[in-house]
Design a protein around this ligand. Structure first.
Ligand SMILES: *Cc1c(COP(=O)(O)O)cnc(C)c1O
Length: 366
């Protein structure tokens, strides 16, 4: 068997090459490189896809979190609650605006544990950023209730969960605003860095749009100081093409996940749990085993890539070490990082590849 990569962006490109090449050529012919007509078109397409009123395209998913926090006037002296297990952007964006990220442990679904949020709320807390992690929506109804009771703003970090939903309602509509990343390896990925802010609060998103474009409303009308965080036209055009395929790709991911579940059910691995009514879109298929390191090594020998998401929970990464967190402060996240392994997961995986991966994992445990 040829090497099975963790993600195969080449296979995806090959499957839609003609459409993509035409779209890129069109952008170049029109020299609509920054914002402009193709980024605008993608904003409209993505709004229609997500069922949200407004989408503001920007340069990447980290910027989109940071700009939304800024637009909410969150800054020095404020605290923002984030999950302990997530990609660093969720916390980094909070620090970037001068506020302090406050970590909350995750639960058995790898999602911020709503039961543990309230004990972390202080008089300084201004917002919560739940992450729809690995492709599964966080428990938004419970989190909305907490936010309402304590008058906190809510930002959904949707970077890993394009197309996921709770009881049929798409993510992005459970908060004041949502943040998306279109990093190439995400479920919807550009050909470089790109992101978007989205939601139904038009005033907030109008401010966000200004911040992302030098504080301008119209050319040379700088209402405030902002920054440069716009989407490139090339990314907008690529994303509009890919958006037409994402539902099919998502269905393939779910099919692959079902297959993994079926063949691995008699092995000792812990399979991902899905909350009732939540549509998990499997950005990642994450299993747990206490023989994780051995299994990863074994799969590597069999030419199968696997990755850790992530090797450490955020309270334990170097840049937050001075806070002196202990494993028992975040027991679920801490323990998970010793046991988790992400298996190859993308729409283009073939039946042969899936069979081979499954067979190798079963062999390992025999
Ligand atoms: C990828 C990611 C981001 C940031 O996106 P970039 O576009 O890479 O800046 C934010 N949050 C989570 C959970 C992510 O996985």
């Amino acid at each position: 068997m040829n090497k099975i990569p963790f993600v195969d962006l080449k296979a995806q490109y090959q499957s839609i090459k003609t459409e993509i090449d035409e779209a890129i050529q069109e952008v170049i012919s029109n020299t609509a490189f920054i914002s402009g007509k193709y980024a605008k078109q993608f904003e409209q397409d993505f709004a229609a896809y997500s069922g949200l009123n407004e989408v503001v395209a920007c340069a990447n998913g980290t910027d989109s979190l940071e700009i939304l926090l800024k637009a909410m006037d969150i800054g020095p002296g404020d605290e923002v609650i984030v999950p302990a297990l997530t990609w660093i952007s969720t916390a980094e964006s909070v620090s970037s605006v001068g506020a302090k990220p406050v970590f909350v442990d995750v639960d058995e679904y790898y999602l911020i544990d709503p039961k543990l949020i309230e004990e972390k709320i202080s008089s300084k807390t201004k917002a919560i950023i739940p992450v729809h992690f690995y492709g599964q929506p966080a428990d938004m109804p419970k989190i909305q209730e907490i936010a309402k009771r304590h008058k906190l703003r809510l930002i959904e970090d949707c970077a890993q969960a394009h197309g996921s939903s709770i009881h049929g309602t798409q993510i992005g509509s459970f908060s004041d605003a949502a943040s998306f990343s279109f990093y190439p390896g995400k479920n919807l990925g550009a050909f470089g860095d790109a992101g978007a802010m989205a939601g139904n609060d038009l005033d907030l998103l109008r401010t966000a749009r200004m911040i992302a474009n030098h504080g301008q409303e119209g050319k040379h009308n700088h209402i405030m100081e902002g920054r440069n965080s716009r989407m490139d036209g090339l990314h907008g055009a690529v994303l509009s093409v890919k958006l037409k395929h994402i539902e099919n790709w998502t269905k393939s991911r779910i099919k692959h996940a079902d297959y993994y579940r079926e063949v691995l059910k008699n092995t000792p691995v812990v399979l991902p749990k899905v909350m009732n009514g939540h549509r998990h879109v499997y950005h990642l298929f994450v299993i747990q085993t206490d023989r994780r390191d051995e299994l990863k090594e074994y799969l590597g020998q069999k030419n199968i890539d696997s990755i850790l998401h992530y090797p450490k929970a955020l309270p334990f990464v170097t840049c937050y070490q001075n806070e002196g967190f202990k494993p028992e402060d975040f027991p679920v996240s801490y323990k998970a990082t010793k046991r988790i392994l992400s298996l190859p997961m993308y729409a283009e995986l073939t039946t042969d590849q899936m069979d081979y991966i499954a067979r190798c994992i079963c062999e390992f445990f025999e």
